[in-house]
Design a protein around this ligand. Structure first.
Ligand SMILES: Cc1ncc(COP(=O)(O)O)c(C=O)c1O
Length: 369
């Protein structure tokens, strides 16, 4: 007898640059990725790569990643024992799910949001309860009362601030309101409040973190990355940041040395040179305004964004598909949404360099909305 095994949920990317070059008969170097919310320019860290690594690459990195942890702790203004380096934010999300969810646990996910929260939760056998955000017209706001209600029997609540893919943002005061509700409900029911993971992958674009809230809500875990404002997606470095007692079970699940010596050195240098990320944030903000204005001038419907990408609304899923196809034929890769997604009539576009954004605006000119 064959057992009916459900396939595990997995993350789906847009096709690779090589695959798209082959499909559309375009030179590889003409293809620009507007789909992955990365940066157009890597920071200049050539001096770090030119030096010999200590320890050398024939050895494992130090098990405590002391220099990287110190650089992150200083940058985030937290204690060193509150920082766990991970192989990108995605590894942190997976470890948080492992530490907090079992078969049959409940995880709450306000939607639409980054799909990895559902994926890592379901991979642990947890039941995911989605709580819809308000519609686009109301700025994709969190419904904090509905989240608190759904969290009554949950062990984990996922939040994303600013939120991918909507670009919307709830300030720390709103998250604090939710944490207060969760604390009060748990006290009423005589149980522990759930762990709350706040993914701050794009936080440098708004400059305000929920990290100070961990003193009132000890089960808060904040996720950070070097992939976005720091423009180091290829280095694969992220962090889980939480009070030591909340971090301890998460630390237990990380494989030894999951961050390479090379990546740790690059990330340490970038965190010690905050002017590099600051310059990128300024560049993105200037280009985001340009892109928003130009698309609106063309009678497109871009939503406001607090991050390095813009969600644009088309008239229907078919119009979104057709627009994606036209962009792709010009070598511009948008992020698309599956036909059963609540944003199937939208595309998400990364804010890139002035010249790359010009190509996008030019291509958008001829596309029916
Ligand atoms: C909200 C959010 N979290 C995490 C990640 C993954 O980050 P990393 O590259 O650090 O794994 C992304 C990447 O797009 C993201 O949008």
């Amino acid at each position: 007898m064959t057992e009916n095994v459900q396939p595990l949920p997995t993350y789906a990317w847009e096709p690779t640059t090589d695959a798209l070059a082959a499909r559309y008969g375009l030179p590889r170097e003409s293809i620009v990725r507007f789909d992955v919310n990365t940066s157009a320019f890597a920071p200049d860290l050539a001096d770090v790569l030119a030096k010999s690594f200590d320890p050398p690459l024939c050895e494992y990195p130090p098990s405590d990643y002391a220099e990287l942890v110190a650089a992150a702790a200083d940058a985030y203004q937290v204690a060193r024992d509150e920082v766990l380096p991970t192989a990108g934010a995605d590894e942190a999300l997976d470890l948080i799910a492992r530490a907090n969810l079992r078969e049959g646990s409940v995880a709450v996910v306000p939607t639409p949001t980054y799909s990895m929260y559902r994926i890592v939760s379901e991979q642990r056998g947890a039941k995911v309860v989605s709580v819809p955000r308000s519609g686009a017209r109301w700025g994709f706001e969190l419904d904090i009362r509905a989240i608190a209600r759904a969290a009554r029997n949950a062990s984990l609540v996922w939040l994303c601030e600013p939120n991918n893919p909507t670009g919307s943002y709830e300030p720390p005061e709103r998250v604090a309101d939710l944490l207060e509700l969760l604390t009060a409900d748990a006290a009423d029911d005589g149980r522990e409040p759930p762990t709350v993971a706040v993914d701050e992958a794009y936080v440098e674009f708004v400059g305000r973190s929920v990290l100070p809230l961990r003193s009132d809500y000890p089960k808060l875990v904040v996720v950070r990355t070097m992939s976005k404002a720091h423009a180091l997606a290829g280095a694969r470095v992220g962090f889980a940041v939480a009070r030591p007692e909340t971090l301890a079970p998460i630390v237990a699940y990380r494989a030894p040395a999951s961050v390479s010596t090379v990546s740790a050195a690059i990330a340490t240098a970038a965190l010690r040179r905050p002017e590099l990320a600051a310059a990128n944030v300024t560049r993105v903000s200037v280009q985001r305004t340009r892109l928003l204005t130009s698309l609106a001038d063309l009678k497109w419907h871009p939503h406001p964004s607090a991050a390095n990408f813009i969600l644009v609304q088309l008239s229907s899923p078919a119009a979104a598909n057709a627009a994606a196809e036209t962009f792709l034929r010009s070598g511009l890769v948008p992020r698309t949404f599956a036909s059963d997604h609540s944003l199937a009539d939208c595309l998400r576009l990364t804010v890139r360099s002035a010249a790359e954004n010009d190509r996008l605006i030019e291509a958008a000119r001829g596309i029916p909305k």
